[in-house]
Design a protein around this ligand. Structure first.
Ligand code: DX5
Ligand code: ZN
Length: 228
């Protein structure tokens, strides 16, 4: 599978969200960070803004819920128009039930792990998911430095995906840029969230293309991709 780029509108101008969404028309997804000021110390947007964004762009929405009680709220984001909904396992009361509900409502179900959350306890859950998100910063803010210490977790997750023969996508989020995307791809990521690296660029659409080609080249050389 070709690398997919998901620009994060957290780094966009929130007063011009429709224009900012269109500025990355060639992106595979638009990453929408939902923060509730409880699960993370920051507050962004909720269901009504996602509904409006879904009407404003043809790019599918990838909603990353950094909120408490995702079991209660995640299904509403599918109804609002999200094509992929990511909940944090640290906040979910019943992750399997929630993933099934997201899928039943017609969206891709995705589960996120904060940097200190290991993948191993969740090996048996992976078939219930369409994507796993490995956070490469502590969630809450854009523009933070990439945590290289997450690379072994990305590698181990890619091995689990291969071991079970899953179609699961492996997303990374936080500090992904021209300097770090190749390391992520080499380790096994195939969906890349980028906020400041896209919206901080003078030409966001060109930044998406450049990141994708860097990731594709690194993947072509990666051992995990060769064995497929
Ligand atoms: C952080 C968010 C990220 C953020 C990434 O908690 O989940 O999606 O927008 O921003 P950058 O790419 O600037 O690290
Ligand atoms: Zn995010």
């Amino acid at each position: 599978m070709a690398a997919q780029i998901s620009p994060s509108i957290l780094s966009a101008d929130f007063a011009r969200l429709a224009d900012e969404a269109r500025a990355v028309d060639g992106a595979d997804w638009l990453h929408v960070d939902v923060m509730d000021n409880h699960f993370v110390p920051n507050l962004t947007l909720g269901v009504p803004v996602v509904e409006s964004l879904a009407r404003a762009t043809d790019t599918p929405l990838d909603c990353h819920l950094m909120i408490e009680a995702p079991d209660r709220w995640a299904p509403q984001y599918v109804e609002a128009g999200a094509s992929s909904v990511t909940f944090h396992v640290e906040a979910a009361a019943a992750p399997v039930r929630l993933a099934r509900e997201i899928r039943a409502k017609g969206a891709r179900a995705s589960m996120a792990l904060k940097p200190a959350t290991p993948i191993e306890p969740y090996e048996d859950l992976l078939p219930e998911l369409d994507m796993l998100l490995i956070m490469t910063v502590e969630p809450g803010f854009g523009g933070q430095a990439f945590l290289d210490i997450m690379l072994p977790k990305i590698r181990r997750t890619r091995e689990l995906i291969a071991k079970h023969g899953l179609e699961l996508w492996l997303q990374v989020d936080g500090g992904v840029s021209a300097e770090t995307i190749e390391r992520c791809a080499e380790a096994g990521a195939d969906v890349f969230v980028a906020g400041s690296a896209v919206y901080g660029a003078s030409d966001p659409a060109e930044a998406v293309r450049a990141l994708r080609s860097q990731a594709d080249e690194a993947t072509a050389k990666a051992s995990w991709a060769c064995s497929h």
